[in-house]
Design a protein around this ligand. Structure first.
Ligand code: MN
Length: 733
């Protein structure tokens, strides 16, 4: 019988790596001290749990700091009076402290909310927080031990914990490639989620296993003999599949027990890649291969880097079985996943670049065919695509999703407008912070409210990031402060007119404002001022009409442009190259940008709009925004044209163009699209998908192309792919 950390030390020694045993022992002694007097539900001393977690972490060959963190993972949460993050930092260094802190914050699964969306955001959050993936792995070890000892928990808790494990933790282990962890978590969960089903499958297994007891042994001998004869070095494991994977095949996929080809599985571990294929040949010589069951994950690894060859065969007795063939190295990766090729940088992990992200996605697209469940595929995509979101908690542990860089004001209004309107302060992770404090993943946010609060301040409109918060703040001002709003709005207009140097009398001012109010569909000048005051309309909207109304009232003789056709089309010049292929009013080198609302391409009829400070923005002549802008600010349009060289398309400039594809939701659709584009040497710069109500999929795609006709060619090529219902030109956001 092992005592204390004897077993851990044995595992470490057996692993043959270097560890700081003194530090590990110290972490153990410290954890024992902190947890002294605490007991588990089973009646054992509490320290038994951290020891077990540390052992699992060690089995996965994780480093000294991870093992220390495993010992300390429950100290902050359970014994805040005996220790602190600072104390741990001083004793064990920054890395251990950061790990323990991460682990403490991940203790969130106390809410009763088991809806799919909640579970989905939990999974996302885990990954979002994985600045240090060790935190997730230690968390999985923690959960594994809790599952192994779940029977000590009261009945009503068991189910909730098992459900979480099945839907959050096991898929996480899978994504990290930790198959052994995943299988054990699933088997343990199933035992509590469907005790009857579990029992039924286990019984059938025992029964069937009993009937064919000699079978595994016989096959094992046959394979051994043949491999040895061929001079292949190997180890061989024969086993019965996990209860959960059999359960899944019987109850979820509706197969009968007899139909299961891989009830028995043999795993042959050899030395080299070519040994794998040789072994496959030998197996197929010995037994009859079942058609369509051969999967070569060596040449095309799974997204989680799993590699092996799988085949199913039938022996002389007519019993089918699966054979998995892999090298030692592949086996390590399969069982221990990310831990097998363990590498991490010190400090912050760098975010993947856009290119890395796209490469990763395209790799997943290639894998799509090998994915049994397309949901897995889309699910995997989602995980890397939510980097724009931040996940924070209420003090009760509910997850609130906000855009990246959101702050406490956004949080408060996301909870409820009344919370926002009565906010007088905020706490993040228990510490009072300024209300504009930016929120980070995993922060626990508490809003301090007071019934005597005077309501939000106008500055909040600039500080809040989400439109939800802004709208609610504006609503408050609209309701609560009409006289003040009118005053504020009027002052805004007066100072804007001063800035534009538009002087006039009070009577003229009133008729200018009446003109604008009626153009904006507002009943009175006061309504307009009030709306400006609470921010219901941007000053820009009014400002853009000021000059026009001013001219109407004060200088009615001045001539102004009111339609696109009044701006002449100038023939493109052969000599001028222009900036990004655009020549502005016959001038070379004007700074231009392409409007996102219509994304013009060389070949489109275009028009320029003089922006405030960003040069000329280029729109298509038939862009709806042009029509609107023309009504308000006709004096800011200029004639632009494509330079001749661009229309010839010989200089290979690349323009981003957008399209929307309406497609049937079938397997390898994305792979077909990306293959077609790759054949045309067109690169994808953005891709998102969304399901429609009738179960088709809309794919929003951005590609680079040379000009309009090139783009039209690309679209018509895609239309030919089977299952693509329609392709339309689209626009960026
Ligand atoms: Mn624990």
């Amino acid at each position: 019988m092992f005592n204390g950390i004897d077993k851990l030390l044995f595992i470490l020694e057996d692993g043959g790596r270097k560890y700081d045993i003194d530090k590990i022992s110290e972490a153990y002694e410290y954890a024992k001290e902190i947890h002294k007097g605490q007991y588990r539900k089973s009646g054992e001393e509490y320290i038994v749990h951290p020891i077990a977690v540390a052992e699992i972490v060690a089995e996965y060959s994780m480093d000294t700091d991870s093992i220390c963190a495993a010992f300390l993972h429950d100290t902050l949460e359970d014994c805040p009076d005996k220790t602190s993050l600072e104390e741990i930092r001083i004793r064990f260094g920054n890395d251990v402290a950061e790990l323990v802190d991460g682990l403490t914050k991940l203790v969130v699964l106390k809410s009763e909310n088991q809806e799919d969306t909640h579970i989905e955001s939990l999974r996302k959050m885990f990954f979002a927080m994985a600045k240090d993936v060790r935190v997730i792995m230690i968390k999985l070890a923690d959960r594994l031990h809790n599952m192994r000892t779940l029977s000590a928990q009261p009945e009503e808790k068991r189910r909730a914990i098992a459900l979480e494990t099945m839907y959050v933790y096991a898929p996480l282990a899978h994504r990290l490639g930790m198959q052994r962890m995943k299988a054990e978590l699933e088997d343990l969960s199933l035992r509590y989620l469907d005790p009857k089903g579990y029992e039924q499958v286990s019984e059938s297994v025992n029964q069937k296993y009993g009937q064919t007891m000699g079978f595994l042994e016989k096959i094992r001998e046959e394979i051994k003999k043949e491999l040895t004869k061929n001079g292949i070095k190997f180890t061989l494991e024969g086993r019965v599949k996990s209860v959960y994977s059999l359960y899944n095949k019987i109850f979820v996929k509706g197969r009968s027990f007899e139909e299961i080809y891989d009830f028995y599985a043999f795993r042959i571990i050899v030395e080299t890649n070519s040994n794998c294929y040789e072994t496959l040949g030998i197996i197929h010589d010995l037994y009859n291969a079942i058609p369509n069951r051969l999967k070569d994950y060596i040449s095309t690894p799974k997204p989680n880097k799993y590699q092996a060859i799988h085949t199913s065969v039938i022996g002389e007795d007519g019993i089918p079985f699966e054979v998995q063939i892999r090298t030692k190295e592949m086996n390590q990766i399969a069982e221990y996943g990310i831990a097998a090729h363990w590498k991490y940088k010190s400090g912050e992990q760098s975010q993947p670049s856009v290119d890395e992200k796209l490469e990763w996605i395209s790799r997943l697209i290639e894998q799509e065919e090998n994915t049994e469940n397309p949901d897995d595929f889309y699910g995997a995509l989602k995980i890397d695509l939510f980097q724009d979101e931040t996940f924070v908690f209420t003090p009760k542990g509910t997850i609130i999703t906000l855009p990246q860089n959101a702050n406490c004001i956004d949080f408060a209004y996301k909870i409820h407008s009344e919370v926002g309107n009565h906010m007088i302060g905020a706490k993040v992770n228990g510490v009072i912070v300024p209300i504009d404090r930016k929120l980070n993943n995993g922060d626990i946010v508490e809003i301090i409210t007071s019934s005597s609060s005077k309501g939000p301040s106008r500055d909040w409109l600039n500080i809040a990031l989400t439109s939800e918060a802004k709208t609610k703040i504006r609503q408050w001002f609209k309701k609560e402060k009409r006289p003040e709003n009118i005053e504020t709005g009027k002052n805004m207009v007066v100072s804007e007119m001063r800035r534009l140097q538009l002087g006039c009398t009070t009577a003229e001012f009133n008729s200018i404002m009446e003109g604008i109010a009626s153009r904006l569909g507002m009943g009175s000048i006061d309504d307009l001022f009030s709306m400006l005051g609470y921010g219901g309309i941007a000053l820009d909207k009014v400002s853009s009409k000021l000059r026009e109304e001013y001219i109407k009232v004060v200088e009615p003789d001045k001539n102004i442009i009111t339609s696109v056709s009044q701006i002449a089309v100038v023939n493109p010049s052969k000599q001028l190259k222009g900036f990004r292929g655009v020549i502005v009013d016959g001038l070379e080198g004007c700074q231009v940008k392409f409007a996102k609302c219509c994304n013009p391409l060389p070949g489109d009829n275009i028009l320029g709009f003089i922006t405030k400070g960003y040069g000329i923005s280029i729109h298509k002549r038939d862009c709806q925004n042009i029509m609107d802008l023309m009504k308000d600010q006709p004096d800011r349009f200029v004639n632009v044209s494509w330079s001749q060289s661009i229309n010839d398309s010989s200089d290979g400039s690349n323009y981003e163009a957008f399209m929307q594809l309406f497609v049937e939701d079938r397997l390898s659709m994305l792979a077909d699209i990306s293959t077609a584009l790759a054949e045309m040497k067109v690169s994808i710069t953005q891709i998102t998908t969304q399901k429609t109500q009738n179960n088709n999929v809309i794919v929003n795609l951005a590609v680079t192309c040379k000009n309009l006709s090139h783009f039209n060619n690309i679209m018509s090529r895609l239309k030919d792919i089977s299952g693509i219902i329609d392709v339309k030109r689209g626009f960026g956001k």
